[in-house]
Design a binder for this molecule. Structure first.
Ligand SMILES: Cc1ncc(COP(=O)(O)O)c(C=O)c1O
Length: 382
């Protein structure tokens, strides 16, 4: 049915969530973050990123993240431009010595593996895959592997993975690189289980995209120094050694989006003021329970992820019965200001995907489920 021929439906005002942004990234920005931007608009915005006001902002972010993630001794908060996608290239160039092993459970984990596979100076990566919506197990680390990688949360499917170093025998443990883009700030993590826990700020940190942030262990920092001493060519904008040096001075190698830093800093402080990561994780778990319990109680809906422990608390995916057209539901929701609950584009499922990052109020999640019920009933009645 085309959008033009679809009947328009106005949802009762008392059913609507206070805020209708449920995207999986970019995701809801709190109004207070925009207030912070307005305040910054007369001071730090439009000033040099090499001078105190912007560097103070970067320091606030770095110190705030150090507290939020209870960073173990020797770990560094490093940042640069280009988002998590750029960090895959950074890691390919500056962290993988020879060969990596990847859990591939969706589009994002596949993209990192593809970046490594395309590097002519590295051996073919070892890929451990699984059907979308399921969680593969890493298994044994293959011979010669010096980096293992997986996403903490695969945003394209709504699968959350444990963050635990693999058991290894032999001389040198591989570096553990975990993509926290959609989990960081909304799911508990023990950063000591990783050597690079990296993310971008457009999900739980409720800012704009464009930055990457990596929490690097002493072993990762040593690998950066080791590879820098080799003849491998690394473009300066992707050189992790340069990013480490600049981050230590509370700046980025090239000009950052200062507004993104303002929103990020505000969100980190907001999370810390409420109890930090444990508060955030309890809040996303509450929202997730609302969605999954609701789906399980509907004959026409079901969680996409069958394994309960692998159901994401930050990106909930719910399959709808073929008799219920998810696109029609999304269209009516959008008409009523409830946006971005579409599935990942290439997944091709009749699905709702709901971003449940800490900025999203669990009461709004409840309201969303009531709205979906209302829409489905109305569409059925024709
Ligand atoms: C798990 C994951 N990794 C990486 C990315 C890519 O991030 P960016 O758009 O900042 O490059 C995303 C984006 O949604 C993501 O969800």
């Amino acid at each position: 049915m085309s959008t033009a021929s679809r009947p328009r439906l106005t949802l009762p005002a008392d059913l609507l969530p206070a805020d209708g942004r449920f995207g999986s990234g970019p995701s809801k920005v709190r109004p207070e973050q925009v207030d912070a931007l307005l305040r910054a608009g007369r001071t730090v915005l439009g000033t040099s990123h090499r001078q105190a006001p912007v560097r103070d902002l970067v320091r606030r972010v770095r110190e705030g993240l150090t507290r939020l993630f209870s960073l173990p001794p020797g770990y560094e908060v490093v940042l640069g431009n280009g988002g998590s996608t750029a960090f895959w290239d950074v890691a390919t160039l500056c962290l993988v010595r020879e060969r990596s092993q990847h859990l591939v459970l969706g589009e994002f984990s596949a993209k990192f593996a593809q970046a490594v596979a395309a590097a002519p100076f590295l051996a073919e990566p070892v890929l451990v895959g699984a059907e979308p919506g399921t969680l593969p197990r890493l298994g044994d680390v293959a011979a010669g592997v010096d980096v293992v990688a997986w996403p903490h949360n695969e945003t394209s499917t709504g699968v959350v993975a444990p963050v635990v170093r693999p058991a290894t025998t032999g001389a040198e443990a591989p570096l553990v690189l975990v993509d926290g883009t959609s989990a960081a700030g909304g799911v508990l993590v023990d950063v000591a289980q990783t050597d690079a826990y990296y993310f971008a700020p457009q999900k739980s940190f409720a800012a704009d995209g464009g930055l990457w942030i990596a929490l690097l262990s002493p072993a990762a920092l040593a690998r950066v120094a080791e590879l820098r001493a080799t003849s491998r060519w690394v473009p300066a904008s992707l050189d992790l050694a340069i990013a480490v040096e600049n981050s230590a001075k509370d700046q980025t190698y090239n000009t950052p989006a200062v507004a993104t830093l303002v929103m990020l800093a505000d969100q980190v402080d907001w999370l810390l003021a409420r109890g930090g990561l444990s508060w955030a994780a309890a809040r996303t778990a509450e929202s997730a329970a609302v969605v999954y319990d609701w789906a399980l109680a509907r004959a026409w809906a079901a969680p996409f992820v069958a394994e309960e422990a692998a159901r994401s608390p930050v990106v909930a995916t719910v399959d709808l019965d073929p008799a219920v057209d998810a696109v029609a539901v999304q269209d009516v929701l959008r008409d009523n200001g409830i946006v971005d609950v579409f599935p990942y584009r290439s997944l091709g499922r009749n699905q709702l995907r709901i971003g449940l990052f800490p900025a999203v109020d669990p009461r709004d999640v409840r309201a969303l489920t009531a709205c979906v019920d209302h829409v489905v009933e109305a569409l059925r009645e024709g």
